[in-house]
Ligand binder design. Structure first.
Ligand SMILES: [Zn+2]
Length: 371
């Protein structure tokens, strides 16, 4: 009898081990596969802090009374950011990895190493009648958000990037760079194109009324938007709130990208106050996303950086005044891993250490493209 029990136990262990890694396996979920199947989000909010590494988060948290909203996230992982052709990635290659699941060369936007177009998560979702949106504190044609809708072999081809935007029917678009739409060398006026495609166009985030519109484009600057301190105000958190209100009208679900772009700019300029203000602003947008997720209970929030910028070091701080000293080792990006924070249904799929392009597969899995 003892022998029989032993035999059964051995079989059980054998089958548990061999059968546990099905096609739905993702890193970090090894002990919790039943939870994956139960918890599939309807919506995803993907927040990218450009240049936001662990030091950027550590410093901002400490100065902000030792707390950032992203600390509410239950599951945390790390991603490796290297591009296809360089140890140090650029924003275009990193965003292309997020958006398409393929590592590509620096400066490439939504194309593979040979320059062939890749299909982005936004394009896949638009085909299946989900709602999608992008919001950035940079210009709309800038690399990070462009990777979700455009296909060019040079991130600085802004006119081609905005032309590509006309082919993707996103419901919500917000950021700077109006000049890439209406002051073009080819003489086209893409704002007119968007109006005829059913968009309501706004030029001030306070004016946006989501009840009146099916699709919205918001321009906040001719070129680069100002910093938070120079008058951008609460554009990022408030526009995130409005976008969520619009996108949730879609019955299938939505995918929203929110970029805090100027964390990168501030670190490249070695400017501590600028970097902290931009981190706090991005964290207020995170708060809006997390509040929405807590209320709706069907929304996954994923927060990460595309790379670290500046090699930010914090050699000293003051416990009394909650202030920090900073040093930067470069005005470029660095090769350090960056953290991923996840909250909501399916968040446990984001733990562990993995490559940046694997985020795409996780997003895609939740939208049931394999069904
Ligand atoms: Zn970047």
């Amino acid at each position: 009898m003892k022998k029989l029990i032993f035999l059964f136990t051995s079989f059980y262990i054998f089958f548990s081990i061999t059968c546990s890694r099905g096609p739905d396996y993702y890193p970090g979920s090894i002990n919790d596969e039943s939870r994956i199947k139960k918890e599939v989000p309807k919506n995803i909010i993907f927040l990218i802090g450009d240049g936001m590494g662990l030091s950027q988060i550590s410093g901002a948290s400490f100065v902000n009374d030792n707390y950032l909203n992203l600390e509410q996230c239950s599951d945390i992982g790390l991603i490796k950011t290297q591009s296809a052709n360089k140890y140090i990635t650029g924003s275009a290659a990193s965003a292309t990895a997020f958006a398409t699941g393929e590592k590509t060369n620096n400066l490439f936007v939504g194309v593979d190493v040979n320059g062939n177009p890749l299909v982005s998560i936004v394009e896949l979702l638009e085909e299946k009648d989900y709602a999608t949106g992008i919001i950035t504190t940079s210009f709309i044609a800038d690399a990070t958000v462009a990777a979700f809708y455009a296909h060019v072999d040079d991130r600085y081809k802004h006119e081609q990037i905005t032309s590509d935007l006309m082919l993707v029917d996103m419901e919500f678009i917000a950021g700077g760079g109006q000049k890439h739409f209406d002051q073009r060398t080819d003489g086209l006026n893409l704002i007119d194109t968007m109006l005829s495609n059913g968009y309501t166009v706004y030029y001030d985030y306070d004016d946006v009324v989501v009840e009146d519109s099916e699709k919205i484009v918001l321009f906040i600057a001719e070129a680069k938007p100002p910093s938070y301190a120079d008058g951008r105000g609460d554009f990022l958190p408030e526009t995130t709130r409005k976008a969520l209100k619009l996108l949730k009208k879609n019955r299938n679900g939505f995918f929203l990208v929110v970029e805090g772009a100027q964390i990168d700019w501030a670190c490249a300029e070695f400017d501590k106050d600028y970097y902290l203000e931009e981190m706090f602003d991005f964290d207020r947008a995170i708060e809006v996303a997390l509040d929405f997720a807590m209320q709706e209970k069907n929304t996954l929030v994923v927060i990460t950086g595309d790379h670290e910028t500046g090699g930010l070091g914090i050699p000293a701080g003051d416990l009394e005044t909650h202030s920090i000293e900073v040093e930067f080792i470069t005005d470029e990006h660095t090769g350090a891993m960056v953290p991923v924070f996840a909250f909501g249904p399916g968040s446990n799929n984001f733990t562990g250490i993995y490559e940046n392009n694997e985020l795409f597969d996780k997003f895609k899995y939740f939208f049931r493209f394999n069904d």
